[in-house]
Design a protein. Structure first.
Length: 131
């Protein structure tokens, strides 16, 4: 999996020599987390417009992991001036939390998560319109 991520990312960036992939187990030991680090100039290329590139990388890795009977999480490490999490990332984290809870609580929690995301989106729109 690590080689797959390295291959994809190295072929996207302008500084492939700076690409490093760190592999670690999640706290619950149910998934492997892959942390991507690239040259600061390449962060935007890996994220892509509206996060489409990183979402695609995550989806490819998730599918490859499922085929091997495992779970994989892909994160892009950014410097201290990094952007806030995209709403889609917030949703993804919330869904993973919810999958571990009882099904009857799932619907209620899902609605709460979607409300949180809607609030974040509104805040970002307001910030953008003020600039």
């Amino acid at each position: 999996m690590k080689q797959l991520i390295e291959y994809i990312v190295s072929n996207i960036v302008n500084h492939p020599e700076s690409v490093t992939i760190t592999e670690e187990q999640t706290e619950d030991k149910e998934a492997t987390k892959y942390l991507i680090k690239v040259d600061p100039e390449d962060v935007g290329r890996v994220i892509g417009k509206e996060g489409k590139v990183i979402k695609s990388i995550r989806q490819i890795v998730r599918i490859a992991a499922i085929q091997k009977g495992t779970r994989a999480i892909v994160d892009l490490l950014e410097d201290d001036t990094s952007r806030p999490e995209a709403p889609e990332e917030v949703i993804e984290e919330k869904v993973e939390e919810l999958e571990k809870e009882a099904p009857e609580e799932l619907t209620e929690k899902k609605e709460e998560a979607l409300e949180e995301v809607a609030e974040v989106i509104e805040e970002k729109k307001e910030e953008a319109s003020e600039e």
